[in-house]
Every structure is written in structure tokens, then in C-alpha cells.
Design a protein around this ligand. Structure first.
Ligand SMILES: C[S@@+](CC[C@H](N)C(=O)[O-])C[C@H]1O[C@@H](n2cnc3c(N)ncnc32)[C@H](O)[C@@H]1O
Length: 247
């Protein structure tokens, strides 16, 4: 486990652990919830009965295919990994990026327990990271410089300055690569009375329920797929990034 704390990027299942890589990373304050609660995240996060539905819809909308490289932004303990593996298979690659070494430690445990050797874990702050440095870390851990797809589930809304994290995410994609966002808002319709509960859950998790980061997919992607679940509390968007203009 020590190597995860030391290395900037590590490919799970490799006998040779990635060498230490310099990043602009600074250890989060001890008060970081995801640092303190990482071992209990899967139990306390409300995965079943609430949030699992969003990640299923998000990965269906993203629809990565066999052999593709997918970046999981703010991957946490790796709750997306099993669903992504079903899509990309052993020939694909998952690149999980998170700023919390403790959350990544749980993700690494998951990958090890499942014998997934195609998972690269990178410790980085998506708001502060330099995209070129991130890309170099991924390459040095055995991945490709540019990914086919990227997914952010329940993570952008708790990154103050998520727009910068979004820009960094899309810069890790090959031209026309797909991107998916799953995040939260106030429930709508009959479930509006649950708003205080939803807001409390988001506040506890550190998310801004009004951030609506899926707007970036709406505004910057083509062929956008839209879905929602849990009375509108979970919002799902996926689309193709626009290829860079030439000439
Ligand atoms: C609510 S958890 C979601 C984890 C995972 N995506 C999931 O669906 O279960 C949010 C994650 O985002 C990470 N995070 C928060 N701010 C970040 C940042 N600026 N850069 C990278 N990761 C960040 C946290 O450490 C945490 O693991």
C-alpha cells in the first residue's frame, strides 16, 4: 500500500510499481472527508438504494467499447470499475484519477481483489493539475496519452472550480472522444418534499447541489444522451466532444 502513497501513477497488478512522479499535488487538509471516510465510503455513500442507478445509466450512455481507455475522474474507491470492465474488457484500460490517496487505496484494493491488471490509478487534483503532466503520468504507467472516453460520477460537483476540472478532463481525450457526467440536483415533481434530505446528503458529502456540471456536456458536446433517475435527483449526460477545428 505504501507505493500508492508515494507514486503519482500506478498500474495495478504490475509487479513493478510505477516510479515516483513529481506532480503539483499537495496532501489535502486532514479535514478532507474523503480522506477520513475512505474505508467506509462504499457503506455510507448510499450506493444502494440511490446512487448505483446513476452510474449504470451513465456508463450505458457513455457506452465505451472493447479495448478502449476510459478516464474515471474523481474515481474514489472505484465503484464504476466493474461496470466499465464489462464494457471495455481486459484489453481496455481504466485510468482512475483522484486527489485522495486513501480513496485510491480502496480503489487499488478493489482492482487487486478482482485481478484487474488494466487499471491505472493517478493521484492528482483535477482542478490544479497540468494536463500535460497528467498525460505523461498515464503514459509512464502504461496507458495512452489520450483516452477514448471519460466519466465523472458524483465528483465534479464537489470540485470547487469544476469548470477547470472539466477542461482538464476533455484535454485527456482523443479528438471526438466521449464524455459522461453523472451528478445531483434537487429532486423534482412528487419528490420535491425530499429536497431537504437530498441537500443534507450533498452537504455531508461536500457537493454543491446547484453546480449542475452536466451543463458542460449540453453546451460542448454533440449527440448528447440525457437521462435522469431518483425523481430527477440524479442527472446523466453523455456526448461526443467536438473535434478540434483545423484551418
Ligand atoms: C463523492 S466521491 C465519488 C467517487 C466516485 N466517482 C463514485 O462515483 O463513487 C467524490 C470523489 O472525488 C474526489 N475529488 C474531490 N475533489 C477532487 C479534485 N479536485 N480532484 C480529484 N479528485 C477529487 C474525492 O476525493 C472523492 O473520491
Amino acid at each position: 500500500m505504501l507505493e500508492m502513497a508515494l507514486a503519482g501513477a500506478v498500474r495495478c497488478g504490475c509487479s513493478a510499481v510505477g516510479e515516483r512522479i513529481r506532480t503539483n499535488w499537495k496532501e489535502p487538509a486532514l479535514g478532507d472527508k474523503y480522506t477520513r471516510f475512505a474505508p467506509f465510503y462504499d457503506l455510507l455513500s448510499g450506493e444502494y438504494p440511490i446512487y448505483h442507478a446513476g452510474r449504470v445509466l451513465g456508463i450505458n450512455a457513455l457506452a465505451p467499447s472493447k479495448g478502449q481507455q476510459v478516464v474515471d475522474v474523481g474515481c474514489g474507491t472505484g465503484l464504476n470499475f466493474a461496470l466499465l470492465q464489462q464494457r471495455i474488457g481486459a484489453s481496455g484500460t481504466i485510468v482512475g484519477i483522484d486527489r485522495s490517496a486513501q480513496m485510491l487505496r480502496q480503489a487499488r484494493r478493489r482492482a487487486k481483489a478482482q485481478h484487474w491488471s488494466n487499471v491505472i490509478l493517478v493521484q492528482a487534483d483535477m482542478v490544479l493539475a497540468d494536463p500535460a503532466t497528467l498525460s505523461a503520468q498515464i503514459v509512464s504507467a502504461g496507458g495512452s496519452a489520450l483516452a477514448d472516453a471519460a466519466l465523472a460520477t458524483y465528483s465534479l460537483s464537489l470540485m470547487g472550480g469544476w469548470e477547470q476540472a472539466w477542461a482538464t478532463t476533455t484535454s485527456l481525450l482523443a479528438p471526438g472522444g466521449r464524455v459522461g457526467v453523472v451528478d445531483m440536483q434537487d429532486p423534482v415533481g412528487w419528490a420535491r418534499w425530499l429536497t431537504p434530505l437530498a441537500r443534507l446528503a450533498c452537504t455531508w458529502g461536500g457537493s454543491d447541489i446547484h453546480a449542475a456540471p452536466w451543463r458542460a456536456v449540453e453546451e460542448q458536446c454533440t449527440e448528447v444522451i440525457r437521462a435522469s433517475a431518483r425523481a430527477g435527483h440524479l442527472q446523466i449526460r453523455a456526448g461526443n466532444t467536438m473535434p478540434a477545428r483545423t484551418g
